[in-house]
Design a protein around this ligand. Sequence first.
Ligand code: AMP
Ligand code: MG
Length: 331
Amino acid sequence: MSSKKEPHISTEILPSSKEGLFRAAQILNNGGLVAFPTETVYGLGADATNSGAIERIYKAKGRPHNNPLIIHAYDTNVAKHFAKMDKQAAILAKSFWPGPLTLVLKQNTKVSIRISDRALSRLQTVAIRIPIHPVARRILSLCNNPIAAPSANISGKLSTTRFEDVLGNMFGKIDAIVDGGPCPIGLESTIAKIEDGIFSILRPGTITEEEIASKIGKKGHTRKILEKKITSPGQLKSHYRPETPIRLNITDPRDDELLLAFGPLPNGIKGLTLSEISDPDEAAMNLYSALADLDNLAKVTKSTSIAIHPIPRQGAGIAINDRLQRAAHKS
Ligand code: AMP
Ligand code: MG
């Protein structure tokens, strides 16, 4: 699984019991790497104040150093120790934390908690998330410091939303993996940046631009406008890719293709459905696991590509289309 050059690390498999999570926090407090479930996707955590541990995240994922990490904190009070919260940020924090919203805020330089520069790619800002998943919350409550946690996958590949997919990506590369079952939301958090009182969506997620605007009464910029300004590769056009090529907005797949359906899988067609009842939230939950399964199936059946039904751009459908476009983009 790991390449010959890299030393194989022995990876502990931890249950999400009290003892398992205590062990996970102990490893993190000692500078180790632990993958654990959040409500969005599995995260690959390390002590955000420990540069050596952060460096190991970049190595395990093969992640470019100019792509900063999201810093996970137990609650807003902890976040205030390393980020400046203006009025709008405070409203969004109160409305959506804990939950699947990442806020990009200015760093607080008069800090009592110093986040490693390596985690922040020398930006003046810091991306913060307060997860709501009970496993993530329990781990954060037991850790001495905030936890930097990108998605627990090899850089550029599919994010992982099931324990077995994390195993496939990270076994032998990190110190432990917590088996906490499937992630209920299944798509990465919405990332919003607040600058001079105006918010912008850097990455769409299940908390929509409209929901955010309704709380702070300002319309966000579109992501397209922002893209020019953004320097971090999370906004790269090619990302989240299965190994099998994918084709989007296909209603009629070819014989040599597998189909990822939205709605019932048509009779006689090989593939899977994201949601039998065309529910965007259910489709989001199943997206990465279905793509991982179809990727494996394509190798066995020698299928040339994965055809994907059109998915309406409503609610979670906006974020699903965003990820699929990146998955389909040829770099
Ligand atoms: P992931 O690696 O899946 O956790 O995604 C993290 C995302 O957050 C990436 O797209 C990063 O580029 C983005 N990110 C982290 N910190 C910042 C920041 N300070 N400003 C803008 N984007 C950020
Ligand atoms: Mg990621």
